[in-house]
Design a protein around this ligand. Structure first.
Ligand SMILES: *[C@@H]1O[C@H](CO)[C@@H](O)[C@H](O)[C@H]1NC(C)=O
Ligand SMILES: *[C@@H]1O[C@H](CO)[C@@H](O)[C@H](O)[C@H]1NC(C)=O
Ligand SMILES: *[C@@H]1O[C@H](CO)[C@@H](O)[C@H](O)[C@H]1NC(C)=O
Ligand SMILES: *[C@@H]1O[C@H](CO)[C@@H](O)[C@H](O)[C@H]1NC(C)=O
Ligand SMILES: *[C@@H]1O[C@H](CO)[C@@H](O)[C@H](O)[C@H]1NC(C)=O
Ligand SMILES: *[C@@H]1O[C@H](CO)[C@@H](O)[C@H](O)[C@H]1NC(C)=O
Length: 263
């Protein structure tokens, strides 16, 4: 406690002296504390969200990002993200989801089908997690790939958003970014549209009766706030941040030492 008093005192001192101190002060708050402390209010984000950058640092979403780039759908999505009137909501499967996809394979899809499949993972409008309560009442919802066989059904079960394409029943497992106009949500499965794979859906094996009562994953507000605060400051990557904290605490120690000598 004494030590933190000293930190506060000397940081106030330094804050007024050097511009460097200010920069370091801003960079240090997201120190990796395991306790779910309330995230500080995120600084206002710039309107431009670089989707390629976001997807390359979160996840891992490398498979999805590769498909986005090979099909050029990234340009469509980035264009929509830049269009702040409507915005965009993207459902991103983790690399594991592609690895676990065995039954219908993506390997023999044509380039056109692949493009539609990737477009199928987004809605041409920004939706916060709480908006899905309403969306579940208007299911099926058209995706970027279209309506009909390219629509998704949503259901909101006590705050958890479930998606259903017929082939893929999955849920939003975390919020990567959710600030109007761009929402990026992680999903557990690759979304397979009926328009490509047909309506002849093989019966799913009886789902293992694992009740979804994980208290940590299903809290959308803290989730998105946390993700927003760590991802919001896009420039300092984590190694830089750790270095910054190290240098900063050394600085504080040095200043504190000097202060103690004088008191
Ligand atoms: C977006 O981020 C990617 C990856 O970090 C980078 O290569 C690209 O230049 C960025 N685009 C813009 C317009 O800043
Ligand atoms: C989106 O906006 C950024 C920044 O203004 C720009 O560099 C980029 O080319 C735009 N991308 C698209 C696809 O409109
Ligand atoms: C991909 O190949 C499998 C088996 O070879 C076939 O059953 C399936 O219809 C093919 N899918 C497409 C989209 O062509
Ligand atoms: C959600 O639905 C309710 C009633 O169904 C409506 O009053 C409200 O305006 C809707 N909200 C949005 C954001 O569409
Ligand atoms: C989606 O919802 C509509 C309307 O409730 C229903 O007719 C349709 O079968 C559902 N589709 C899937 C894939 O569950
Ligand atoms: C993070 O930043 C440091 C220093 O700026 C750089 O050396 C490192 O390559 C960066 N790491 C990543 C993953 O971008």
């Amino acid at each position: 406690m004494e030590f933190s008093m000293i930190i506060v005192l000397s940081s106030t001192l330094l804050f007024s002296c050097t511009p460097l101190a200010y920069a370091q002060k801003v960079a240090s708050p997201p120190a990796p504390t395991p306790t779910p402390s309330p995230a500080p209010a995120p600084a206002p984000l710039p309107p431009y969200v670089n989707l390629t950058y976001l997807l390359s640092v979160a996840g891992p979403f490398h498979n999805f990002l590769n498909y986005l780039e090979s099909t050029k759908v990234i340009d469509t999505f980035q264009n929509q993200a830049n269009n702040t009137d409507e915005g965009i909501t993207i459902f991103v499967p983790k690399d594991d989801a592609f690895k676990n996809l065995k039954k219908p394979s993506l390997s023999n899809l044509t380039q056109d089908q692949l493009k539609q499949l990737i477009l199928f993972h987004a809605l041409p409008h920004y939706y916060s997690l709480s908006d899905f309560k309403n969306l579940s009442q208007v299911s099926p919802v058209s995706t970027f790939a279209g309506a009909g066989g390219y629509a998704l059904n949503f259901t909101d079960t006590s705050g958890t958003v479930h998606l259903d394409s017929g082939w893929s029943k999955t849920k939003v497992s975390s919020s990567v970014h959710s600030t109007d106009p761009v929402a990026i949500y992680q999903v557990d499965k690759v979304l397979l549209p009926e328009a490509i794979f047909g309506t002849d859906i093989p019966p799913t094996p009886a789902p293992s009766p694992a009740p979804e009562t994980s208290p940590t994953a299903d809290s959308p507000t803290s989730d998105s706030a946390e993700a927003g605060s760590t991802l919001g400051k896009s420039s300092p990557n984590s190694s830089y941040r750790i270095n910054g904290v190290g240098i900063w605490s050394q600085l504080v120690l040095a200043i504190a030492g000097v202060l103690v000598l004088f008191l």
